[in-house]
Design a protein around this ligand. Structure first.
Ligand code: ATP
Ligand code: MG
Length: 383
């Protein structure tokens, strides 16, 4: 899977078509401006539309399919900056183009699941649902409109407006009164045609085989219009906030001007992940240092710089002393930057031609000859 970097802003039209005219993102949250050429441009509120545009523009569909991409970068949404929302935030996400198989959905879900687990959010709960294809959606929307007919007046203004364009979005409304009305509303999952139902059943079977725990949330619809069939969300149980959202978007490439290409992917909010880790008392660790190479005296100073440099060339995260601190202060510093090992090269080490490698956590020491110290450390740290 390779990284894809798309521009920070695109023609406004791309998001209107891709994300969907009736969505909150397009209606309320976009930073849109007119450039000097009189074109309407928008700072990207999400990355998928830009990836789809690039996929078409660079004929990536002509290459071997499926293709997988990951991205990481800033997004911009005009939202109230509180409660886990920023106006500039970062997303990490992955997308798979060119497979309509439920196994592709499962692969993306698994990738998000393993990533969150690796980041320390293994307790985030996975909800899945299926919205079906265009035909199933039309039926579900019609049934929902019928259901809402009698309680239309009690819906919040946003849902009243929504129910005209995309009634399904009302299922996602956070207003208590709407939630009460919609408690028994028909779900898109009840209107899946044969193929969409099989897709969803197969996905569940594969997730079971992968031992990925999930619950089915028949009310899960998600906020962007491009989803078809599978939608999913990982929720932090503490705050109830979504850390990751995704699903299948088989119609997107066609919608933004390419030839029909099935696709599935997810995006997660990096600030939100950090916020959850902080709330759980496990703030993300600063980039770890493999080894601190300290020194004493002018000759040791030079030798330690050369050693740290050769370690870095071998791909080891080595930090040397750049402040000419005393040895004690150097060790304190090594501890602060989370170094796994430390070694000090001073006059006595040069005289005896050996130095002592200290494992910071345990205090265990190991003496090694200076001539083979670099090679020895590379082997030890990379082991
Ligand atoms: P929410 O329901 O929280 O508004 P969303 O449906 O708008 O989320 P997506 O568009 O699916 O979210 O974006 C995927 C992820 O990006 C979210 O799960 C969240 O972690 C993060 N995210 C979305 N908007 C913001 C924001 N304004 N600030 C920080 N993170 C955000
Ligand atoms: Mg939102």
């Amino acid at each position: 899977m390779g990284e894809i970097r798309t521009p920070m802003f695109e023609h406004t039209e791309l998001f209107v078509r891709g994300v969907g005219e009736g969505t909150d993102v397009v209606q309320k949250e976009m930073y849109t401006f007119t450039d000097k050429g009189g074109r309407s441009m928008t700072l990207r509120p999400e990355m998928t539309a830009g990836v789809a545009r690039a996929f078409i523009e660079h004929n990536l569909g002509q290459q071997t399919l499926p293709q997988r991409f990951y991205y990481i970068g800033p997004n911009f949404r005009y939202e109230k900056p509180a409660g886990g929302r920023q106006r500039q935030f970062h997303q990490f996400g992955a997308e798979l183009y060119g497979s309509a198989e439920p196994a592709a959905d499962a692969e993306m879900i698994s990738l998000a699941y393993e990533f969150l687990k690796g980041a320390g959010l293994g307790n985030a709960t996975l909800s899945i649902n299926s919205l079906g294809g265009p035909e199933c959606r039309a039926k579900a929307n019609a049934a929902l409109l019928e259901f809402l007919k009698n309680s239309y007046d009690q819906l919040c203004p946003v849902c009243q407006e929504r129910s005209a364009k995309n009634p399904m979005r009302a299922l996602d409304c956070k207003e208590k009164s709407c939630q009460a009305i919609l408690a028994d509303a028909p779900s898109p999952i009840d209107f899946l045609g044969e193929e969409c139902k099989k897709h969803f059943d197969d996905l569940k079977t594969i997730l079971d085989a992968m031992k990925i725990p999930y619950t089915i949330d028949p009310k899960l619809v998600r906020g962007l219009d491009y989803y078809t069939r599978t939608v999913f969300e990982f929720i932090d149980p503490g705050s109830g906030l979504a850390v990751c959202g995704g699903g299948r978007y088989d119609g997107l490439i066609e919608e933004v001007g390419g030839s029909s290409t099935p696709a599935v992917g997810f995006a997660m909010g990096l600030e939100r992940i950090i916020q959850m880790l902080e709330q759980e008392g496990q703030p993300p660790q600063a980039n770890e240092t493999d080894i601190f190479v300290g020194s004493m005296g002018p000759e040791g100073y030079i030798k330690s710089q050369a050693l740290a440099n050769s370690l870095r060339k071998a791909g080891i995260r080595a930090i040397s002393d750049l402040a000419k601190r005393g040895v004690k202060a150097q060790i304190r510093y090594a501890d602060k930057i989370g170094a796994r090992f430390s070694v000090i090269i001073g006059d006595s080490e040069i005289q005896s031609n050996q130095a002592s490698i200290k494992e910071m956590k345990t205090g265990a020491k190991e003496d090694v000859g200076l001539d083979s110290l670099g090679e020895y450390l590379i082997g030890k740290i990379k082991a």
